[in-house]
Design a protein around this ligand. Structure first.
Ligand code: SAM
Ligand code: SF4
Length: 312
């Protein structure tokens, strides 16, 4: 289905939990977030029904996110239910990777097609500082487990931060040279705990690695290939405004509210709806999708939630 700006909306990002095993400084408060009563969060059956109706509106690709989707009890049931729906061409999941040594194999069996693994630094001390509770070694084991379970086309999400990981840009690009991975550098957005002070434009990647060569594009990412490399480098530039025109996505929060745009405060409640009524609510959300966000002008997101509540 097309929105009012003629963008074809084919991609649903479904948040399955607000909770997380990490406390990344740009995403979560140090004390974590209060666990909400079970009944306030969509059940696996509700998530599957939302997806079924979104598919009727033209959605073809679904991403499970959070919080950390792998801490959600029932994540395998959610994957099984959604992957079995006719019309879902690709089921992906974005994770901090720490639980993949245990879950990569079962996720593959449950019908998950692809993984994005978030990793902002390759230095153990920096990793412990940024995530507050995480260990780099667990994520590296998670990457291995994903490959071992047969996942291909894995992407690595790297949030660029000035004076934190800008000196590691060549190391990340080197990963894309050595492994069949797409390393995606993401601009830090002023949402939730994410401020402006550490913002670094994704253009910095091209300055640090001038040998990168343009490759075929993929949706909101500008893509490059390291010469002779096995993988790709992607730039995701929500702040430098190379994003909204190609945006093909809608989001649903773990408590069942449709967000037509990550950075708008507009939310459409979906809970309690099923069948045609639910399809109509989702279609109304697609129609209401704004043309673009205004973070670049205002310096802040209009979303009234943190990233761990929306799913990035
Ligand atoms: N816990 C999972 C993870 O970290 O991959 C999934 C949820 S997380 C909110 C999804 C993505 O959003 C991660 O790659 C994370 O780095 C990114 N993210 C969180 N806050 C951000 C911010 N303020 N600006 C840019 N990216 C952000
Ligand atoms: Fe958790 Fe992901 Fe947020 Fe880090 S970015 S605190 S791993 S939800």
């Amino acid at each position: 289905m097309r929105d009012s700006c003629a963008r074809d909306i084919t991609y649903l990002r479904l948040s399955v939990t607000e909770l997380c095993s990490f406390r990344c400084r740009y995403c979560m408060p140090e004390e974590g977030v209060p666990k909400r009563p079970h009944e306030e969060i969509c059940s696996p059956e509700e998530l599957v029904e939302i997806t079924r109706q979104a598919v009727r509106c033209g959605v073809r690709k679904v991403r499970l996110t959070g919080g950390e989707p792998l801490v959600r009890r029932g994540i395998l049931d959610i994957c099984r239910g959604i992957s079995a729906l006719e019309g879902v061409e690709e089921l992906c999941l974005t994770t901090n990777g720490a639980a993949l040594p245990r879950l990569a194999g079962p996720l593959k069996e449950a019908g998950l097609n692809r993984l994005n693994i978030s990793l902002d630094t390759l230095r153990p001390d920096r990793f412990a500082y940024m995530t507050r509770t995480g260990r780099l070694e667990d994520v590296l084991q998670g990457l291995k487990a994903a490959a071992g379970a047969g996942f291909t086309g894995t992407k690595m999400n790297v949030v660029l931060m000035k004076d934190f990981n800008d000196d590691e840009i060549p190391d990340f690009v080197d990963l894309a040279r050595r492994f069949p991975l797409e390393v995606r550098f993401i601009e830090l957005m002023p949402i939730g705990e994410g401020g402006n002070a550490q913002f670094l434009p994704a253009e910095a990647v091209l300055e640090a690695c001038p040998d990168l060569r343009p490759a075929e594009g993929a949706g909101v990412a500008r893509r490059y290939r390291p010469p002779g490399g096995r993988g790709l480098v992607g730039l995701i530039e929500p702040m430098s405004h190379r994003f909204c025109g190609e945006c093909d996505r809608i989001r649903v929060t773990a408590d069942g509210r449709l967000k037509p745009c990550l950075h708008s405060d507009q939310e459409i409640p979906l809970r309690g709806l099923t069948g045609e009524a639910l399809r109509q609510a989702i279609a109304a959300g697609i129609t209401a999708k704004p043309q673009r966000h205004h973070m670049t002008e205002t310096g802040h997101s209009d979303a009234k939630r943190n990233m761990h509540q929306i799913g990035g």
